[in-house]
Design a protein around this ligand. Structure first.
Ligand code: FAD
Length: 342
């Protein structure tokens, strides 16, 4: 703990009010986690009876400020400049710190994505506060304590730890994608957009983005609308080609249980569940997956769940909306053939 931090330690945080969500975007398109965090931020803000604020940084991202209002923000700080087109730690963290210094939110939320983790970490090292990373549950204690209860899996995901930031403000957390629910988009909502200047010129920014390398076949389960997931019931890596065929026909991507990943049939980036991704697609197929609680926590928020299992007593059927009892090797090709006819 530095002397500067000690000096700023105080128990009177009455000038810190409100919840701030940092909107994450790439090329003007928001990540789903941004709207999910606004949904959760709104819930916390209403409990604390404070404003929900959002911060949008980038180039030509004004439309996202408006979208943030439609998804629940009361006030949006918008910083647009050509040199902010690509995320870079220094200019983005300086802008965020400026907004935090002026708006004084009691809670700041970021996505637990590569960018969100980097940005939140950079800010936390400069402000007299801590950061709870990778949270999966958020709540607040009512006034007067107003404490953020930021919970995340701990001890190899065997238990949940609730972490408090008692002595500093803002209370900061990154949150896992897919865990929280976005509010329905409401284009009649109104809010305030406050434009802020980027204080740095391109010459003052130490790093340059020369190019982006597109990772081929990069799996993005968190943003997927349709997931076709397979488990130990597939019996090997080859049947995943059958799942890929169904996923391709539906415009979705392939997911997997940990048993399938641990067996080496498919890469970890496909894993759904407690130690994989938390997903929230419109349609989720659970194929040859029994429905262990560690898998269910990662996919139970899907809009529609279709389970295919030969065991009528499989626990997955307690979570599924559509239950198909039978041999996956007969059922999956039949579904794929029907989808392809359409
Ligand atoms: P199984 O439980 O073996 O189920 C296979 C299913 O396939 C069975 O229901 C069977 O009836 C069915 N089946 C077999 N053949 C056919 C067929 N021909 N047609 C139709 N159905 C068939 N698991 C995760 O998935 N994600 C996680 O992130 C995760 N994290 C974990 C973290 C911890 C700390 C721990 C302890 C465990 C974690 N697990 C996780 C593991 C989890 O407990 C289960 O072991 C795992 O989910 C089981 O995978 P499965 O359903 O594919 O396999």
């Amino acid at each position: 703990m530095t002397a500067a931090r000690d000096a700023e330690q105080t128990s009177d945080w009455s000038d810190y009010r409100g919840v701030l969500v940092v909107v994450e975007q790439r090329d003007g398109e928001a990540k789903k986690i941004s709207w999910q965090l606004l949904g959760e931020g709104k819930r916390l803000a209403e409990k604390l009876e404070v404003q929900l604020m959002a911060l949008v940084i980038g180039h030509e991202v004004g439309h996202l400020a408006q979208e943030a209002i439609y998804y629940g923000a009361d006030k949006v700080f918008l910083c647009e400049a050509p040199e902010l087109k690509a995320y870079r730690t220094r200019p983005y963290s300086r802008i965020a710190m400026k907004v935090i210094g002026e708006a004084k939110p009691e809670i700041c939320l970021f996505g637990a994505t590569g960018t969100g983790r980097d940005l939140a970490g950079a800010i936390a090292t400069h402000l007299p506060t801590g950061l709870t990373a990778d949270t999966t549950e958020l709540d607040v204690e009512p006034p007067p304590s107003r404490l953020l209860l930021a919970s995340r899996p701990a001890f190899s995901e065997k238990m949940m730890a609730t972490i408090l930031c008692k002595q500093y403000r803002p209370q900061m957390a990154t949150a896992r994608a897919g865990v929280f629910q976005a509010l329905p988009r409401d284009a009649t909502r109104e809010g305030e957009v406050i434009r802020i200047a980027n204080g740095m010129t391109e010459e003052q920014i130490a790093t340059r983005v020369l190019d982006f390398i597109q990772e081929r076949d990069k799996i993005n389960l968190e943003e997927a609308e349709i997931i076709v997931a397979g488990g130990r019931g597939l019996g090997g890596s080859e049947p995943f080609a059958m799942l890929k065929e169904l996923a391709d026909a539906l415009g979705g991507i392939v997911g997997a249980s940990r048993a399938a990943v641990d067996a080496g049939w498919i890469k970890h980036e496909h894993q759904v569940g407690q130690t994989g991704c938390t997903v929230r697609p419109k349609l989720y197929f659970a194929i040859g997956i029994s429905g262990a609680v560690q898998h269910i926590v990662g996919m139970s928020n899907s809009d529609v769940i279709v389970a295919i299992n030969k065991d009528p007593e499989a626990p997955i059927f307690n979570t599924a909306h559509y239950r198909i009892v039978g041999d996956l090797f007969k059922i999956v090709p039949a579904i794929t053939a029907e989808v392809k006819k359409k």
